[in-house]
Design a protein around this ligand. Structure first.
Ligand SMILES: Nc1ncnc2c1ncn2[C@@H]1O[C@H](COP(=O)(O)OP(=O)(O)OP(=O)(O)O)[C@@H](O)[C@H]1O
Ligand SMILES: N[C@@H](CCO)C(=O)O
Length: 322
């Protein structure tokens, strides 16, 4: 059943590699992208907002290719689409823009043909495309995600985020592609670093599940990727070492960076000191950045009801954006 009137979805951004959980622990964030998809006579794109500047507006666009992979998987032919997107998620900054685009397009395309594919199947397809189950799992299911991927099959469990948890992100004014940030990683690591991370990833998962925010400081530390990526984000080393003295529960490089993320308990913290610390350290390195206060997003990608006569942009203007 093809829904000729089209479909609209809202998909959250995500942070991956939460602390020691490299390629494993992710969290959805209250920062969003919106996608509308309709069958059309000829393929056309409407990309709105500065975050989508420069992306292709033809069939080479990721959204189009992802939608076609859903139709192929379901045995449906729908070669021409009208795709509209608006995004508040900055591109190539470590906030999962590619994962949210993939998850949003998979979910919208599946809705458009009557939802023949299960969420689990969409999760597998998304992971095969993105290779990082923590990013796509968070955008798909919401909350905190612990995920594994063996190259063919992805599994994830969702953890409800502790209510008092807030997230402060400092987003530098430069882009850092995931592929470039992966090039600096070693091919092999030593047993002591493996144990260092596995123990902390386990502790962090349990601490977040049980609301033990006091354990985050020790549990957030990492030796698998952050030390190697420190030179790509000047100031990061100091932020990771010292932010807990300025009100953070713990800090991490968000995804492949360059965004830095701090978990915060706002019930006993006003946050301004931490914000100034992050901006000050980056500023000393000559890096301009902006900060956003976010929350963990408790829901994943969702369908929005289309009100006749109201465009996607009208609908977004009516929402309070993060
Ligand atoms: N809406 C979109 N439409 C088409 N392509 C997109 C869209 N969003 C992201 N992309 C593609 O994904 C690339 C960014 O992916 P990359 O993995 O490097 O960064 P990220 O997903 O923003 O951050 P991270 O994966 O570290 O969290 C963009 O350069 C672009 O090619
Ligand atoms: N886990 C990936 C993040 C991609 O979003 C990396 O750090 O390379």
């Amino acid at each position: 059943m093809i829904r000729n009137e089209g479909v609209r979805v809202k998909v959250p951004a995500s942070t991956a590699n939460l602390g020691p959980g490299f390629d494993t622990l992710g969290m959805a964030l209250t920062l969003y992208a919106w996608i509308e998809m309709k069958p059309a006579e000829a393929t056309v794109f409407h990309l709105h907002g500065e975050n989508l500047d420069g992306l292709p507006t033809d069939k080479s666009n990721l959204l189009y290719k992802v939608a076609q992979s859903v139709f192929d998987e379901a045995g449906v032919s729908l070669p021409e689409l009208e795709i509209t997107m608006y995004s508040d998620i900055p591109l190539t900054r470590g906030l999962g823009s590619s994962a949210s685009a993939i998850v949003g397009a998979l979910y919208a395309a599946n809705l458009l043909i009557g939802s023949p594919l299960s969420l689990g199947r969409l999760f597998n397809m998304a992971t095969a495309l993105e290779h990082h189950p923590d990013n796509v799992g968070a955008s798909l299911y919401g909350g905190i995600i612990t995920a594994v991927w063996d190259g063919a099959h992805a599994e994830a469990l969702r953890i409800e985020p502790p209510e008092q948890l807030d997230v402060l992100v400092a987003i530098p004014d430069f882009q850092l592609s995931t592929s470039k940030a992966r090039e600096v990683l070693p091919k092999q690591i030593g047993m002591s670093d493996a144990v260092y991370n596995i123990s902390r990833a386990s502790l962090l998962t349990a601490a977040l599940t049980m609301g033990r925010l006091d354990l985050i400081k020790d549990a957030m530390r990492d030796r698998l990727h952050q030390p190697y990526r420190a030179s790509l984000v000047p100031g990061m080393g100091r932020i990771l070492e010292e932010a807990t003295e300025h009100g953070a529960l713990g800090t991490a490089l968000s995804g492949a960076g360059p965004t830095l993320l701090a978990l915060v308990d706002r019930t006993d913290n006003q946050g301004e000191e931490l914000r100034s610390f992050l901006l000050g350290v980056l500023g000393n390195e000559g890096i301009t950045a902006r900060t956003l206060w976010l929350k963990p997003c408790t829901h994943g990608v969702t369908e929005l009801t289309i009100i006749k006569g109201s465009s996607l942009l009208d609908m977004i203007k009516g929402e309070v954006k993060a």
